[in-house]
Design a protein around this ligand. Sequence first.
Ligand code: NDP
Ligand code: ZN
Length: 351
Amino acid sequence: MKGFAMLKIGEVGWIEKERPACGPLDAICKPLAIAICTSDVHTVWEGAVGDRHNMILGHEGCAEVVEVGSLVKDFKPGDKVLVPAITPDWNSLEAQSGYSMHSGGMLAGWKFSNFKDGLDSEYFHVNDADGNLAHMPEGMSLEDACMLSDMVPTGFHGVELADIQFGDTVLVIGIGPVGLMSVAGAHMRGASRILAVGTRPKCVEIAKKYGADEFISYKNGSIEDQVMALTDGKGVDRVVIAGGTVETFESAVKSLKPGGKIGNVNYLGSGDYITIPRVEWGVGMGHKQINGGLMPGGRLRMEKLGSLVSSGKLDVSMLSTHVFHGWEHIPEALQLMKDKPADLIKPVVIL
Ligand code: NDP
Ligand code: ZN
């Protein structure tokens, strides 16, 4: 089978591989559509998860089941499915302790295009099919289904990690597709005021539709100074970080009120340390919590988030700004994600 792969750090291309084998709990699927992620850019060009050789890329998409193992109960060949980016081993001790995303080790629930071949391939393998796949809601577009793999669950996980409460003033740093979903999630969770950091006009326009009230440009001086100016020097209750660099944590801590919480879902592709400012962290006693996490993955979350989209309560159609048709466009879509033109939010390839 053919697949579009990371050949080594900084190099991608088409390769031929054996079709994966199906274990008793597994499924083999063929993708119907795939989306490209900023994480692919970190993985390929920054080597952020380490060197990978001939690893098929892709962890976002929707698919048709072509084969299931003898112990799979709820899926059969021909079913159309949502595929989460994170596919934990649900029997692991880590999953039992509440950290499914780390089943088998740090970040090891993230298997596609990290520890095994991903979705940009004629066929791909899904472990623990009953626990990880979800039936695609009737009538859902392929583009919307692709947004449920990673953008919705990750953006919303940032909101969970920041523990947003009714009436909170929230700062969302980064309004690419992940941050846009954090804005939408913060709005749904009852934030009274959402300040958003980002500059691309298309993202600003869509962030307003999802509930952002005011905008801050990280290019116009420090984020914290602008936050303080907008909040009478008080700061915000919660921060979701969905963009920026290792240095962004310093701004996030400085922007928070005492007792505030930070939820980070940004993938820190480079840099060795994050710095926490001593004084603004209350000289160690400010009750400012920093939580960073990978979204948990799995079927239940996909079904619940899928029902938010199919019920019309969450409109993700605005995210798929560049839609291609045909396998041959995968390299172009990945390059687009690397270049990030001003009008891009997400590239999707319908196969
Ligand atoms: P984008 O690159 O599309 O968006 C990044 C956003 O951050 C933009 O709004 C950008 O502003 C803003 N930004 C850039 N530099 C800075 C800075 N120095 N300070 C503050 N804001 C800045 O990314 P995505 O939305 O696609 O993804 C966001 C992050 O989430 C990525 O690192 C991605 O890898 C990660 N991710 C994490 C996952 C997880 O499970 N934890 C899963 C999926 C993605 P501008 O408008 O100027 O471009
Ligand atoms: Zn992704």
